[in-house]
Design a binder for this molecule. Structure first.
Ligand code: PEP
Ligand code: MG
Length: 586
């Protein structure tokens, strides 16, 4: 029997799947160099035109299918793919080379595509890298048509499989069905990739960032995907199989248990109530938010509306998206955060200068204040949506009160323009700030005079206070929510906000992490906003807790010196109040 192999990656979609592997996209695309005669040139050009027509038809069909099954904004990704097919420079270059060198069109097409991909891969720019995968995706489709091959796609699989691939494009992922793809694992990718977002929408366990797994496995081998912990086992031993069969049942039991508490209040045994909200990126996430028992939306990351497109979203388009969220959640509240572009998120159509330190650079509110034209359109759209629900507005990456004042000035202009246009909006829309930069945290007393609420963005607060780039895997071991500096900053923000009489919420990853929730409850955070999937678990934990004991846990944590000691203390409480989690996660 083959020896067990274990791969560690990033868990992006929870659950456990076991089954036979299907290695996707390892087909041989090698094109043989072939000379053609002068007379064959027109035929080769016709071949190219036909392949483009076929590819266009194929992509339009996928776009339609996805719009129907998952939603319009996912389908928009394919508009970018269609644009690649219209790139005249690229196509004219192919035709010219077929004519000049008298080589077959498939060979010319492949060499020019490789040249573009090489050039793109040398540029260190996240946006261009994304465009590269668009070009690769479309290029492969065209090449298959030129070669007369039928491209394999994941919708035609006949048996249940675990898909393993170098990467999965959004079009591959969107074609997966829960009936035949029971989980997937890829070499590359991150938590915020479209592939990860789609895996969560479809609800299949997935692990990404597994380095070279696609080269180390073969179709037909057995695999276990642990989407809770980010581990993939190939040819699992009898022992691993037994452990995971148990874990799978435990996880199902646990999910059933979670299901039973999801609509109950997040109230401790001694009567302290917390409000659990959900974070969303796209309006299509709303049904999942409601089904997981969220009391509202605590963070709407609006920058996703600006991505994967070639133009800026209009006021009307944004208004429709925000209104949809406001209406769906009404009377529950929806916190709409203004666009947080920059850092690791880039807009497709804005040619921004490359920066040495993008996370410390022209990001979020800094960009919006420099481009009030773009900012005001978004503010007007949010204001208009406020008429249809309980909408709150939030500014990201605030470093001090000047940015709040300047943003509010543009907000006032937006309000004045809407009034002139005769449009209704909530005149008293509450305006809050994300506290995610240490300078804002340490001046929370001053900041509190200018905003209606704080929301702690721990993803950034940790990276800025510990000087750890949040996307650099080499220093990921330093990125620790249990660092005493992080706990002190959080406690200071909560206490200061409360002293000033404003509510304090948290919308970073820490809000959905059981070990951190132990302390956040003891610190009396008002609201926690997290991925919808984490809500039932955090709710169960809080419902099992004693608030008085958590206050003591915070006092004790504040005396500890290292993240290890703080983690050990937190885990003791998680084990006490949520023992089930240890059965499948540890
Ligand atoms: C955060 O920084 O914690 C946060 C919620 O915002 P984002 O992850 O979008 O930067
Ligand atoms: Mg942030």
């Amino acid at each position: 029997m083959a020896e067990e192999k274990v791969f560690y990656g990033i868990p992006v979609s929870p659950g456990i799947a076991s089954g036979k592997i299907f290695v996707f996209d390892h087909e041989d695309d090698t094109v043989v160099e072939r000379d053609i005669t002068e007379e064959e040139i027109p035929l080769e050009i016709v071949k190219l035109e036909n392949a483009l027509i076929e590819t266009r038809r194929e992509i339009t069909e996928i776009k339609k299918k996805i719009a129907e099954s998952i939603g319009l904004s996912h389908a928009e990704i394919f508009s970018a793919h269609l644009l690649v097919l219209e790139d005249r420079t690229f196509l004219e270059e192919i035709i010219k080379e077929v004519e000049a060198n008298k080589k077959s069109v498939d060979f010319v097409f492949q060499s020019i595509m490789e040249k573009y991909i090489r050039a793109f891969s040398e540029i260190e720019d996240e946006y261009l890298k994304e465009r590269m995968s668009d070009i690769q995706d479309v290029g492969k489709r065209v090449l298959h048509h030129l070669m007369g091959k039928k491209r394999k796609d994941l919708s035609t699989l006949e048996e249940e499989v675990v898909v393993v691939a170098f990467d999965l494009s959004p079009s591959d992922t969107a074609l997966m069905h829960k009936d035949n793809v029971i989980g997937f694992a890829t070499d590359i990718g991150g938590k915020t990739s479209h592939t990860a977002i789609m895996a969560r929408s479809i609800g299949i366990p997935a692990v990404v960032g597994l380095h070279n797994i696609s080269q180390k496995v073969k179709t037909g081998e057995e695999a276990i995907i642990d989407g809770n912990k980010g581990i993939v086992y190939i040819s699992p031993s009898e022992e691993t199989r037994r452990i995971y069969t148990d874990k799978k049942f435990q996880f199902l039991d646990y999910e059933r248990h979670l299901e039973s508490v999801k609509d109950l209040p997040a109230e401790t045994k001694d009567g302290k109530v917390f409000t659990l909200y959900a974070n969303i990126e796209i309006p299509e996430d709303i049904p999942s938010i409601i089904s997981h028992g969220a009391r509202g939306i605590g963070l709407y990351r609006t920058e996703f509306i600006y991505m994967n497109r070639t133009d800026l979203p209009s006021e009307e388009e944004q208004y429709i998206a925000y209104r949809k969220a406001a209406e769906a959640m009404h009377p529950k509240s929806v916190v709409i955060r203004t666009m947080d572009m920059g850092g690791d998120k880039f807009l497709s159509h804005l040619q921004l200068p490359k920066e040495m330190n993008p996370f410390l650079g022209w990001r979020a509110i800094r960009f919006c204040l420099a481009r009030p034209d773009i900012f005001k359109i978004q503010l007007k759209a949010i204001l208009r949506a406020s008429e249809f629900g309980n909408v709150k507005l939030m500014y990201p990456m605030i470093s001090g009160i000047n940015e709040i004042k300047q943003s509010n000035e543009i907000l006032e202009e937006a309000k004045a323009e809407l009034k002139k246009e005769g449009r209704a909006f909530d005149e008293k829309i509450p305006v809050g700030a994300m506290v995610e930069i240490p300078s804002a945290a340490l001046t929370a007393d001053i900041m509190a005079r200018y905003v209606a609420f704080f929301s702690i963005g721990t993803n950034d607060l940790i990276q800025y206070s510990l000087a750890v780039d949040r996307v650099n895997e080499k220093i990921a071991y330093l990125y620790d929510p249990a660092h005493p500096a992080v706990l002190r900053l959080i406690k200071y923000i909560i206490d200061t906000g409360h002293k000033a009489g404003i509510p304090v919420s948290m919308c970073g990853q820490m809000a959905g992490d059981p070990a951190s929730v132990v302390f956040l409850v003891g610190m009396e955070i008002d609201e926690l906003s997290m991925s919808p999937f984490s809500i039932p678990e955090v709710k169960l934990l809080i419902r099992n807790m004693e608030f008085a004991e958590m206050k003591k846990a915070v006092e004790e944590a504040m005396t500890l010196e290292t993240p290890e000691e703080i983690n050990a203390l937190a885990n003791r409480y998680v084990e006490k109040y949520l023992p089930e989690i240890f059965q499948y996660r540890f």
